[in-house]
Design a protein around this ligand. Structure first.
Ligand code: HEC
Length: 156
């Protein structure tokens, strides 16, 4: 590189560095925020649907099986819904706590616990036996709470 070109590069570099934060700020929020919101909402509805069945005189096993399938399909997506940069620093309204990225192994374990619990509920639902289904649904609920307690901003 000729000395003149070097000097030019040196001049351009700070300008490019300065422009970068502005570009990042102007960028649209990651689509992951909506995906994970919708996915959690779907899980919330499926959990409510499941527990609503338990209140009925005759809970519908097929309805519970459908909710269990929804939960299992949603559960496997949770881990992938938290890429770096989608925490509070993204300046988007989010209840995701920085602990997700500070303690990734613990977060993964909490997500895996949910996946396993939803598989357990599917298996229990397949038996059609409410005595097995109810504790399995309880275990799913406990896995939601387990993660929220550490990784979701508490409601103020
Ligand atoms: C591995 C961690 C983890 C597990 C397991 C988990 N959640 Fe969450 N959940 C979160 C985090 C983190 C947020 C906040 C996301 C955000 O605001 O960006 C959240 C948010 C939510 C929301 C609010 C959605 C929104 O965007 O407003 C609902 C509803 C919800 N979870 C339901 C559930 C249910 C039901 C289960 C269990 C079937 C569950 N979650 C399991 C971590 C988890």
């Amino acid at each position: 590189m000729k000395p003149t070109k070097l000097a030019l590069a040196a001049l351009l570099l700070p300008a490019a560095t300065l422009a970068l934060p502005a570009l990042v700020e102007a960028a649209a929020p990651s689509p992951v925020f909506k995906l994970r919101h919708d996915n959690f909402e779907a899980m919330g509805r499926a959990m409510k649907g499941t527990f609503d069945e338990f209140k009925k005189a005759r809970p519908s096993v097929p309805a519970i099986q459908a909710h269990a399938n929804t939960l299992a399909a949603a559960a496997i997506k949770v881990k992938g819904h938290f890429p770096k940069g989608t925490g509070p620093e993204a300046r988007v309204k989010t209840e995701a706590l920085p602990a997700i990225w500070e303690r990734p192994a613990d977060f993964t374990a909490a997500a895996d616990r949910l996946v396993n619990a939803t598989k357990g509920l599917q298996a229990a639902a397949a038996t059609g036996d409410l005595a097995k289904i109810q504790p399995a649904a309880g275990a799913v609920g406990a896995s939601c709470k387990n993660c929220h307690d550490s990784f979701r901003k508490p409601k103020s």
